[in-house]
Design a protein around this ligand. Structure first.
Ligand SMILES: *Cc1c(COP(=O)(O)O)cnc(C)c1O
Length: 391
């Protein structure tokens, strides 16, 4: 037997979110009445016209290899989306379709980072970013933020951590796990510094369409040609079209980076699934009517859960203007996030994700991609739990 693990693999932390999730699923399977707030995906079905397009492609035998970077029709549809919605002019050759937004992040980091490079990651962060950076032999530089700045990094904080070795800044707005949204001015200020210091930005815009209370987002690429040249956009179909299981995402990048990603992909996954790509074309070119309905529903839940959370003694939560997560501060309960979530699951059968998974131990993440009935029941239980802890 020779089970020596590479240094690269051994340096990874196993996913805490998955550990909680599997425990909750096991409890459910054992017949226990578990309320799950762990979901990282919308609870809506993929719109029918998208499923129909993929089914039709499958039936017609569209089942072979495609170009590694995706079918021309989809790369064009993505370029058109960026023109239409973001006023960004990408050529189809600058668009690389991948097996999900996560895969796109991985490709971008692998195409641009190497040993000795530093990657600035504001915390709370999406938990895969630092692990991907480590896999690329680069160094994550974590910049902590708190609810006092709505979890947004300030220009002063950013300037303080940029060094000659800084290669990349990872920006994710609207954010997973906090739901925070940078204003246009805030995005521009961050972008200005990166342009000045010649730092590339990986802008994860997967929650672009999930906004509330009149919040707006503007891609950092859109402020000037220099911003455009310093940005790689990561995006995908998972959230706004509820296609998590399809494994389909993309990046939009300056030409040399797009070429490098195409090469990496052609020697690793090859193309994303052929008929899923036809679903992607339908998603971008077809009706977007589903989104209004989903946003109304998400917003109803968000408003209810946010108000309810802030009424619970010991908890406080900033108003998240995007995505489908709440990120309450639990520090007044005296518990750190892992203990809080383990005891909450044990005592009240409510599954939440400890903030430490996202680099923020005084918080927990609750997803409201679940029914109002679940939210009402689960928040009742969280209140009872907090009162018990305070005794
Ligand atoms: C969901 C998500 C993604 C992409 O997910 P895929 O399923 O791989 O498309 C990327 N970034 C963030 C922050 C996400 O929450």
């Amino acid at each position: 037997m020779n089970c020596k693990i590479s240094r690269r693999a051994a340096s990874l932390s196993p996913s805490l979110t998955l550990a909680i999730d599997s425990k909750a699923k096991q409890m459910k399977a054992d017949g226990l009445d578990v309320v799950g707030f762990g979901a990282g995906e919308p609870d809506f079905d993929t719109p029918q016209h998208i499923k129909d397009a993929a089914a039709k492609a499958l039936a017609a035998g569209f089942t072979k290899y495609t170009p590694a970077a995706g079918i021309p029709e989809l790369r064009q549809a993505i370029a058109d989306k960026h023109k239409r919605e973001n006023n960004l002019s990408y050529k189809p050759s600058q668009i690389i379709v991948s097996c999900g937004g996560k895969h796109s992040c991985f490709n971008v980091i692998f195409a641009t980072c190497e040993e000795g490079d530093e990657v600035i990651i504001p915390a709370p962060y999406w938990l895969s970013y630092p692990e991907m950076v480590k896999m690329a032999s680069a160094k994550p530089v974590i910049v902590e933020t708190t609810d006092k700045t709505e979890f947004k990094i300030t220009p002063t904080q950013l300037r303080a951590v940029i060094t000659p070795r800084t290669r990349l800044l990872i920006l994710n707005t609207p954010s997973n796990p906090t739901g925070s949204v940078y204003t246009s001015d805030e995005v521009r200020a961050i972008g200005d510094i990166c342009v000045e210091k010649n730092v590339l930005i990986m802008s994860d815009e997967i929650y672009e369409h999930l906004l509330y209370d009149g919040a707006v987002t503007k891609s950092v690429a859109s402020f000037s040609p220099a911003h455009f040249e310093h940005t790689v956009i990561v995006h995908g179909f998972a959230k706004a079209w509820s296609m998590t299981g399809w494994r389909l995402g993309w990046c939009a990048a300056p030409e040399p980076i797009a070429k490098a990603i195409d090469a990496i992909q052609s020697h690793s996954t090859s193309n994303p699934t052929s008929f899923a790509q036809k679903g992607g074309v339908a998603a971008l070119t077809g009706s977007q009517d589903h989104l209004k309905i989903w946003l109304a529903e998400f917003n109803k839940r968000r408003t209810f859960a946010w108000t309810r959370l802030n009424s619970i003694p010991g908890l406080s939560c900033v108003n998240p203007k995007g995505a489908f997560y709440l990120f309450p501060n639990i520090s007044k309960t005296g518990l750190k996030s892992t203990a809080f979530c383990a005891r909450l699951l044990e005592a009240e059968k409510v599954a939440a994700v400890p903030g430490i998974a996202f680099g923020a131990d005084d918080y927990i993440r609750l997803s409201y991609a679940t029914s109002m009935a679940n939210l009402e029941k689960g928040l009742e239980r969280i209140e009872r739990f907090c009162k018990e802890v305070a005794k």
